[in-house]
Every structure is written in C-alpha cells, then in structure tokens.
Design a protein around this ligand. Structure first.
Ligand code: FAQ
Length: 336
C-alpha cells in the first residue's frame, strides 16, 4: 500500500529558517554545497556541530520510539486470536527491535554511545514518539497500530531515505520496506474484523475512534510551531514538512477507511475539490503536548516497563562481556 514510489513528488521542503544570515567558513560552504548537490554526508566528513546535534537528537528519538513502540503491541502477543496472528505479530515486534538497533548504530556514528542514549531514555531526558503512550485495549488496537501508526511512520520515513546523512538514509530504506509489511498486516486485521460479526466491526470502529487523532498529531506540531523544520530542511534532513505529511496521510487513509466501511471520527472531514485534498478538523495540540511532556495515559507505565526490561537483561550483557574477555585472553595466550 505504501511503497517508496510514493516519494516521487518534487522536493517541497519546509520554509527556510528565518533569522539573520550567518557567514559560512570554507568547510561549511563545502558541506552545504555537498548537501545542495544531493551528496551524502558520511561520519568522517566535516559537519557543523549543530547538524551533528540535530541528527543525534532526531535519530536517537527515532530509535527510542522503535523500542518503546514494541510495548503496546507486545502486550498482545500472548493474547493473539490465532497461531498465525501470533506468529505474524511476533515477527512484527521483532522487526521494530531491529529498527531500533539500526538507528542506535546510525546515531553512534555521530559520537554518542548506546549506553549514553539508553541512560537518557531511562531517566526521562530523551523523547520518543507521543503515539506509544496510548493503551492497546483490544485486539483491534493491534490492527489500528499497524494500519495507522505504521502507515504514518512510512509516510514520514520514505522522505528520510533521501536524508543528507548517509547512515540514517541507508537505515531508512530497509526500515521502510519492513514498515510496509507492518502496515499491510494491520490493515488485514482491520479487514477481517470489519468482515466479521457486528461486535467485531464495532471493535474496529472503536479502535479507529481512539487512534485517529493521536496519529494525526504524531507527525509533529503544525509547521508554524515546528522549531526545527527550517534548519532541518536546509540541511536536507527533513524533506517534507509536518503539515504536508499529515495531509498526505489523511488523503491516502480516508479511502482505506471507506473500503473497510469505517467512519473517521471527524465531522469536518470533507473533500475539497479546489485544494484537491481532504479538509479535516482541528487537532487538540494541548493534549499532544501533555503527552509529549510525560502526562499521557501510559507514559509512566511505558518507561517503567522499559527500565525493568533493561535491568532484567543485565545478566545477558554481563555474560557477553565475560565471553568477549575470555576470547580476548585466549587469543593473547595463543599469540604469546
Ligand atoms: N512525539 O520542530 P519539530 C514508528 C517534538 S517510529 C514526541 O517539528 P522535528 C515505527 C520534537 O522532537 C515513530 N515529540 O521537530 C513504529 C521537538 O522536540 P525537541 C517515530 C515530538 O524533529 C510503528 C518538538 O516536538 N518516528 O512509529 C513529536 O523537526 C509501530 C518540536 O517539533 C520518528 O521519530 C511526537 N510525535 O520533527 C514502531 C521519525 N513530534 O526534540 C513500533 C523521525 C514532534 O526539540 C510500532 N523523526 N515532537 O525536544 C522525525 O521525522 C522528526 O523528528 C519529527 C519531528 C517529524 C517527529
């Protein structure tokens, strides 16, 4: 349903950051020329400190989102309705772990260790996507996450395959392919429920009602309030603005809901022939910021579960280090 071929639009980057023009030194001029010419910046290349920090912020937040994002669906592995659904869900959740690992590896190339990033997540200093602070109350929520959350994630991540930073762009290619499968499996769950009994269809509608608005907010604040967009567009980290991606998502998803026979919970949703897009109602940004700032329905639970999992895994890390030390000692002995 979502493929990389969707990213065929001309580059409509967010507006450039306003403010006084700064004079670039020769290194920065070379860097910007590479970016402007669609070249890739690699870990050992010179880069402005602010570029490195912006990437580190975004990539580590993205990695944390993948890892925390395993929890709402992981919650349903033991209760999946059939062996087949269970096997698919396990594979999907494992994929998210893999995405986290690619992204942590990409972030490490910018000079921060995995331990530092983990510590930032576990002490609440680092952000992760707002969307994973909502509960998964029924099996239909697993369908809604795949259909809508993975659908939104792909919409946002396909342009990131062309990000100026090589390791991030390359990681995104595989991630997008896997997300595409995730989106389809979610839609397939919704389709089965919608073709099922009246109460199964009602369960699917209830999940859509609860996930729709948080998913729209997941694309980030409106462009006018997006503090990082201007500079990130200039550096070709961000290719399409938050509002443009949100609109694209609405336009693609409305016909899918119609196919399912579900109603999108928005009285203002209407096709606008002049704009050639759907108009949609107002997003509750106060709710979004409450969730981002730690006061969503599941923030505390998610972080506590994550910290516990990390602590419970300490013996695995200790064993890996002990094994590596033993190997090293053996090699020294053999070389002596
Ligand atoms: N939640 O100026 P902007 C997935 C923050 S992966 C929390 O617009 P920017 C896969 C933002 O960080 C989902 N905070 O920022 C999956 C900034 O705060 P800061 C994650 C948010 O960076 C599926 C402030 O607001 N995807 O779902 C959110 O230019 C199923 C101002 O915002 C990515 O991370 C939010 N939703 O644009 C896994 C994609 N939105 O840092 C498991 C990569 C904004 O100054 C199951 N990231 N904020 O403290 C991006 O594309 C960008 O970072 C944006 C935000 C678009 C998220």
């Amino acid at each position: 349903m979502y493929t990389q071929s969707m990213d065929t639009q001309p580059d409509r980057s967010a507006p450039a950051e306003k403010g006084p023009a700064t004079v670039m030194g020769p290194e920065e001029q070379r860097f910007q020329a590479t970016v402007d010419a669609e070249g890739k910046i690699e870990p050992r290349d010179w880069m402005p400190e602010a570029y490195r920090k912006t990437l580190l912020r975004q990539i580590s937040q993205h990695a944390h989102s993948e890892i925390i994002g395993m929890l709402p669906e992981g919650n349903w592995i033991s209760r999946a309705p059939s062996l087949k659904r269970k096997a698919i869900l396990i594979a999907k959740v494992q994929d998210e772990a893999g995405h986290g690992l690619y992204l942590y590896s990409a972030a490490e190339t910018l000079g921060q260790s995995r331990d530092q990033m983990m510590a930032a997540l576990h002490t609440g200093r680092a952000k992760y996507s707002s969307i994973f602070n909502y509960p998964t109350l029924t099996w239909a929520d697993v369908g809604a996450i795949g259909w809508l959350v993975d659908g939104a994630a792909i919409m946002n991540q396909i342009p990131l395959c062309r990000c100026s930073y090589g390791p991030y762009a390359r990681a995104m290619i595989r991630v997008c392919k896997e997300e595409s499968f995730h989106q389809r499996q979610g839609f397939d769950i919704m389709l089965s429920l919608c073709k099922g009994t009246a109460s199964q269809k009602a369960m699917a509608q209830d999940a859509l009602d609860r996930w729709w608005w948080p998913v729209l907010a997941m694309f980030g604040p409106p462009d006018a309030d997006s503090v990082h967009s201007g500079q990130s567009a200039k550096w070709k980290i961000k290719r399409v603005s938050n509002d443009e991606l949100r609109q694209k998502f609405v336009d693609v998803t409305v016909p899918q809901a119609e196919l399912l026979g579900l109603r999108i919970p928005d009285d203002h949703l209407e096709w606008n022939a002049e704009r050639n897009h759907y108009d949609y109602g107002a997003i509750d940004w106060d709710d979004f910021w409450r969730v981002v700032n730690g006061d969503g329905p599941c923030n505390k639970e998610r972080l506590a579960t994550r910290v516990k999992a990390y602590e419970n895994g300490q013996w695995v890390r200790d064993a890996a280090v002990a094994y590596a030390n033993k190997q090293k000692a053996r090699q020294h002995k053999e070389a002596a």
